[in-house]
Design a binder for this molecule. Sequence first.
Ligand code: NDP
Length: 276
Amino acid sequence: MDYFAVFGHPISHSRSPWIHARFAEQCGFEQRYEAIDVPPERFEETLWDFGEAGGLGANVTLPLKEQAAVLCDELTEAAQRAAAVNTLIRLPDQRWRGDNTDGVGLMADLARLRVPIHGQRIVIIGAGGATRGILAPLLAAAPREIIIVNRTPERALQLAFESGALGIVQAWSLDDLASVDTAGLLIHATSAYRAGAPLTLPATLVDADTVAYDLGYGASAQAFLAQARRAGAGAGFDGLGMLVEQAAESFLRWRGVRPQTPAVLRELTALVNDRA
Ligand code: NDP
């Protein structure tokens, strides 16, 4: 049976096995898709074993995405730009190709939600791996500007510099959030809420036209979105749609067919919200 996996540490929370089981069922493939918990120091040998056992492809999540990029034999342009891999593809000559579908997943979800990017002021709070993955596709959709705000401003500056679009992409410190102009699209990409340290969102950051989007999902995303609504944001969405869309893009790279996502997203949303 075709063998796939998701690697991470921890991994028990991952929805990827559930999502990929739905996709395989829908597209008529028989497959095994396992969640494999592996600490960084054992990732290289575990990936080797996985390949030896016939693994055809895998997803990679925290904290292994950057390491996966180093372990791959070749990287797609998206993975090179992100310096992080969330999708491993086994090539016919047994080498690993690394790709990053987070950016294309977010763009597909924003398109589904009919959130405009062109000409908008986008504020991204957070400058970690996820922001690194979504920056180039957002830039390609021609926003007016992208302001990256981060607790450690040097990391935001590094991303702005690497984007090759300094000026359009700006870097700010989280301490200066109250001075940032109102966002058309406010993207939350930190792990602050999970760390029990909610952000303070100034009312000047959002207005009735602002769409707030949290890359995460579950209780932490709901806490951010509730705060954004209280501050005056007109709409708010969590990252479940992005999660399903990036998974569909991984599936496409492995199987050559892109599964239908709406029903899977509806089911997953019900599942996650029932447990919230
Ligand atoms: P990283 O660990 O790479 O980055 C974490 C970010 O959070 C950094 O910017 C860090 O700031 C910031 N941060 C952490 N703690 C605090 C705090 N107490 N106060 C303020 N800022 C803080 O994580 P990722 O970028 O990979 O992931 C970010 C989010 O995106 C997660 O919720 C993740 O689940 C989600 N995600 C969702 C995906 C999806 O498909 N829906 C895909 C990928 C990610 P600093 O630089 O100062 O440390």
